[in-house]
Design a protein around this ligand. Structure first.
Ligand code: EPU
Length: 338
């Protein structure tokens, strides 16, 4: 285990922002992970767990403790005679590399989640979702390491308490866990989910689609909406889509017109914040080194040479504007650290 000191966090995050980590280590085995935890205890260094760095914004002050990058590797497939498959994957594997592999084997389940940056271990934490599927729909169990005992445990689907961009790992009772492996349920039987607006439009009146075709469709839809990570810094959607009461919805629709809405339960709906941002004139807007992407205003981008403080101020301006004009409190989707 090699501990680096004063490591720039901008090099480990897709937003390319943030100060330095006092200590930084990349762990490739459970033993190394335990060693890292002991190091943190011995140095009284607060711990921060990092995956692919694609959903995190570190402050300019950085992290005064130890940042542990989870680089655990390993994938196992088990297929039964009925065509069900289970794939168990170490947390450090790049998510989209896994999706490409399962799809190329003709396994259904992950194809709608194609093209998402980051690691496998990060997917249950924020219950990654796109194009009508969330990882919670295909997760069987999650293996975690308990920070207090250093022992490994298996958490069932219900113990993960998944919600929209939410899980036990985002709440105090789950903060003592580090995700080390995730088991997914996949199938050789075709199970296309193509009702999400963009996918339905892509396939139009097609009734039969292949798993590789769904992946390719998602990749091409994403390519039109998301900036190229090689060109600008971004962490995808910066805010969550708001879940509001039907009464609030009526007030917003009165001001902004026919905002799309998706039912959540009897009283609440979810609305696309991108729609509200576009109506408020944020789409394509740039202030200094930060901006709202011109093909998708929910995606905030860093054009280079900026600071984390600048992005936080830019996001605050958006938050205040939406609160003032649409009377909605919006929450970041990106994890803001430090
Ligand atoms: N829209 C506009 N103007 C735009 C773009 C979108 O009005 O310029 C409206 C349209 O009504 C559109 C709707 O917003 O139908 C939804 O847009 P989109 O399909 O791009 O999805 P989103 O709700 O903005 C969510 C996830 C994304 C995920 C997409 C696709 C959140 C916070 N974001 O975005 O996830 O890729 O759906 O399923 O739920 C991420 O979490 O980082 C992320 C990118």
């Amino acid at each position: 285990m090699k501990v680096q000191e004063h490591e720039p966090l901008s090099a480990h995050t897709t937003l390319r922002l943030g100060g330095t980590a006092r200590y930084f280590v990349s762990v490739t085995s459970i033993e190394e992970l335990r060693e890292a935890l002991t190091f943190a205890q011995e140095h009284a260094a607060p711990l921060c767990v990092l995956g692919g760095g694609s959903n995190v914004l570190f402050s300019d002050a950085g992290w005064t403790g130890l940042v542990v990058q989870i680089a655990l590797q390993g994938t196992e497939y088990i297929e039964d005679s009925k065509g069900d498959a289970r794939v168990t994957v170490a947390a450090g594997r790049m998510w989209d590399e896994l999706v490409a592999e399962t799809v190329s084997q003709g396994l259904w389940g992950m194809e709608n989640l194609s093209g998402i940056p980051g690691t496998v271990g990060a997917t249950p934490v924020q219950n990654v979702g796109a194009y009508g599927v969330e990882v919670a729909d295909i997760i069987d169990w999650v293996e975690v390491l308990d920070l207090t005992t250093h022992a490994l445990h298996i958490l069932s689907l219900s113990e993960c308490a998944f919600g929209y961009r939410d899980s036990v790992f985002k709440h105090s009772e789950g903060k003592k866990y580090i995700v080390t492996r995730v088991a997914f349920r996949l199938s050789t039987h075709p199970k296309p989910i193509v009702s999400y607006r963009d996918l339905a439009a892509f396939f139009a009146d097609r009734t039969e689609v292949g798993v590789q075709e769904v992946r390719d469709a998602v990749l091409s839809i994403r390519a039109a909406k998301f900036p190229d990570l090689a060109v600008v810094g971004t962490a995808g959607s910066f805010f969550k889509n708001p879940i509001i009461s039907k009464r609030q919805y009526d007030a917003i629709a009165h001001t902004f017109g026919a905002v799309p809405s998706y039912p959540v339960d009897a009283q609440r709906v979810k609305i696309p914040l991108a729609w509200v941002l576009e109506a408020c004139g944020w789409k394509g807007k740039r202030i200094g080194h930060m901006g709202c992407w011109d093909a998708q205003p929910l995606v905030l981008v860093h054009y280079g040479e900026g600071t984390a403080t600048e992005l936080i101020l830019f996001a605050d301006q958006i938050r205040h504007d939406v609160a003032a004009r649409a009377r909605i409190d919006i929450e970041p989707e990106v994890r803001i650290v430090g």
